[in-house]
Design a protein around this ligand. Sequence first.
Ligand code: TEU
Length: 560
Amino acid sequence: MKNNHWWKNAVVYQIYPKSFQDSNNDGVGDLQGIISRLDYLQKLGVDILWLNPIYESPQVDNGYDISDYRAINPTLGTMADFDQLLAAVHQRGMKLVMDLVVNHTSDQHRWFVAAKQGHDNPYRDFYIWRDGKDGHAPNNWGSYFSGPAWKYDPASDQYYLHLFAPEQPDLNWANPKVRTAVYEMMNWWADKGVDGFRMDVINLISKPQGLPDGPQSADEKYATVEGFVPNGPRVHDYLREMNRHVMSKHRMITVGETPGVTPTDAQRYANLDNQELNMVFQFEHMNLDANPNPALGKWYDQKPCLTDLRANLSKWQTELAGTAWNSLYWNNHDQPRVVSRFGDVSTEDYRVKSAKMLATMTHFMQGTPYIYEGEEIGMTNAGFTRLADYVDLESLNAYHQLVEEQGLVDGPTMLKYLAMHSRDNARTPMQWDGSANAGFSTHQPWEKVMANYRRINVDNALADPNSIFYYYQRLIRLRHTMPVITDGAYALVVGNEDDPAVFAYTRHDQETTLLVILNYTAQPLERHYDIPDTAERLISNYHDDQGDTLRPYEAKVYQY
Ligand code: TEU
């Protein structure tokens, strides 16, 4: 069946199953927990649910290390629970998207267990093995999670490649048997009724020819693979092949996680011709504030300035228009909470106002919006102050490498960065109500519940007509009912390019123009925009309209 872009005006809600809702009170969220919250998601109005990996996994990287692609992690439930969830989602007219993690498997996957048996094993070539060079790793690549990207296997006297943790060996996509096995597995889920895939680091599957050393600066222990491994030579061949074998046969939505892509790359991955993926997650707007300290690499410590943010978001809007499709997101399970990062949590009023302002910024753009669990109630960063509170291996590895092994950063400074950057910020349990553990579980949760849960929770949000929740609900309804939000042309308001505080853009089609005005700051400001007398205010985070006066974090959208 040909994909007919049915998903174009859909809104996706991302669920991190371990942290969403625990039904059996073991401290870990599960599939029955998700089922019990479907009414809530339906009330919000989202169309598609994307679940982070729920497969069998030793959980070294919270499920991104899969040991069986066709089994459910027992902590989350059974295959019967999954079938029940899928049916319940479909019954409500929603769709379900699974996470597809096929750049690597777990080292406990039967393919890797077999591969380790030795050179002659038929599964050896499912992974990337190389001899060492003069007693060292085959090349200078560093892993995304700190340390080297190669692990030595004494039994066979070879190294295997792992771009992430050593427990996440990279699959060898150059081997056609690997590709066939992956496509079969995808079709197996599609035949079950799954509506699509979010593809983990899918632009890493094709490795540079010959695996050469990468550029490495004097102060780096390993070469930073982010710079030269993504978008390898055969990646588009593989995705086209995957598309022919899988996507073209089902009515699916696909989104590729593609760190390091530019709009030009995205035009190939997510071209509207449907030969590869429907859209990608790009990260440029997440990395505008990269810390210049080389020891800290991609770690950041400040809110990006509006001029950079606007230029970047506008570039993606303009360059993909008519040729490819954008994803629109502020948050996911790897990113700190947007209201703490780009917004303002210094007062309760500013938290609510800035969360709505940021939602307005992306939800009126062209593309598919993704809402990450808790974003719709303005959940904040975790506020952890002790290393002992962190669970995520990326954070812990970075601390050990930078502070303890290399001595490049002192402990208190590193804790400061973790508080701003750690992936744990996004993974604290969903805050449902004011009861113990925020209504997530009666058992001590696997990750600490935030101290602010009695104030910030779903119960309070549902009881308050001015809550962030109801604002998101309205944004979603507007997307469903106004074609201009899906299809209209994007333009920056002339003269707005260098405004350090206000972002103003329009969307328009033959009938309608929308003018979006956003005060990115806590300062009251005066700005004049030409607005026809017939214009109506479609949505705003303030009750009244004070014309040219913009109050702190004011967001308003006019329709004419
Ligand atoms: O993330 C890929 C990725 O690029 C991350 O390394 C990201 O840069 C980092 O986490 C930001 O702090 C994907 C998944 O989303 C992530 O959860 C997994 O750990 C990773 O792949 C390995 O599967």
